[in-house]
Design a protein around this ligand. Structure first.
Ligand code: ADP
Ligand code: MG
Length: 248
């Protein structure tokens, strides 16, 4: 187990609460955290990363394990003409001692990370001139640059069209398969993650259910969770989740 959450409760002040969080993330998992906006997906990721502390319960992580984090909606200062390589190099800083500057080896490593995400040829392009998909790839390269065992991504396909969405999901699949990286990602769309994840954590109405994709994505389970008829179709190995009764 890389991460274990034991009877965790997350809360902001007296307001929003998500409790009864109890699951483990094994090494090599591809876990998707899915739920509507405001259900607590980003908060759960931040708790896993240790950025926020749970109100109750305990989160255990394998000591010394490195996380690469791609936060939700990145606000990188685009005034300075930082290149894709400059942004990727930022991922090396967590590994450098205080006051030390990135070495030639760090630059080489950052360039390799850009190549891994299909951006090697755009290393010198200013970040602000990249397309949305290219920016997201650069931020994934930045997360890879700290040589993580676990990649944590918050809605990495937001604002993308379906082709961009598929390209990012295929890239995550590749990093998971070929580099053996454990992936934990958030999405508000079941259909985006259903063809890639091994396990799903579904958050609905303050309740979290975690399990294998087949169990979570059963029509009966989803119909109960969403309170409306949900059907699950199979198209050439892709699961398609459709809510609402039959039309026409
Ligand atoms: P999601 O990522 O699923 O959209 P969030 O984890 O961002 O949901 O937020 C969960 C709930 O907590 C929401 O109701 C949100 O308004 C609230 N919330 C998020 N961040 C804070 C904060 N810093 N202080 C108070 N409430 C917050
Ligand atoms: Mg969020």
């Amino acid at each position: 187990m890389i991460i274990r959450l034991e009877n965790v409760e997350l809360a902001y002040g007296r307001g929003w609460t998500l409790s009864g969080i109890d699951f483990s993330v094994p090494e090599g998992d591809f876990l998707a955290i899915v739920g509507p906006n405001g259900s607590g997906k980003s908060t759960l990721l931040k708790a896993i990363l240790g950025i926020i502390k749970p109100r109750h319960g305990e989160i255990k992580r394998t000591p010394g394990i490195r996380f690469g984090y791609v936060p939700q909606s990145q606000h990188i200062d685009e005034i300075y003409p930082l290149t894709a390589l400059d942004i990727t190099l930022m991922g090396r800083y967590s590994l450098l001692g205080p006051l030390s500057r990135p070495s030639r080896k760090d630059r080489k490593m950052a360039l390799e990370c850009l190549s891994d995400v299909g951006m090697g040829h755009l290393a010198d392009r200013p970040y602000r001139n990249l397309s949305g998909g290219q920016k997201q790839r650069t931020l994934i390269a930045r997360a890879l640059a700290c040589e993580p065992r676990v990649m944590i991504l918050d809605e990495p396909t937001n604002d993308m069209d379906i082709a961009g969405e598929a390209a990012i999901m295929d890239l995550l699949h590749h990093l998971h398969k070929e580099h053996g990286i454990t992936v934990i990602m958030v999405s508000h769309l079941l259909n985006v993650v259903s063809g890639y994840a091994k396990n799903i954590a579904l958050i609905i109405d303050g309740k979290i259910t975690v399990g294998a994709v087949d169990d979570i994505l059963s029509p009966a389970n989803l119909t109960t969770a969403y309170g409306t008829e949900v059907r699950v179709a199979d198209m050439e190995g892709h699961r398609i989740v459709i809510a609402g009764g039959k039309r026409c």
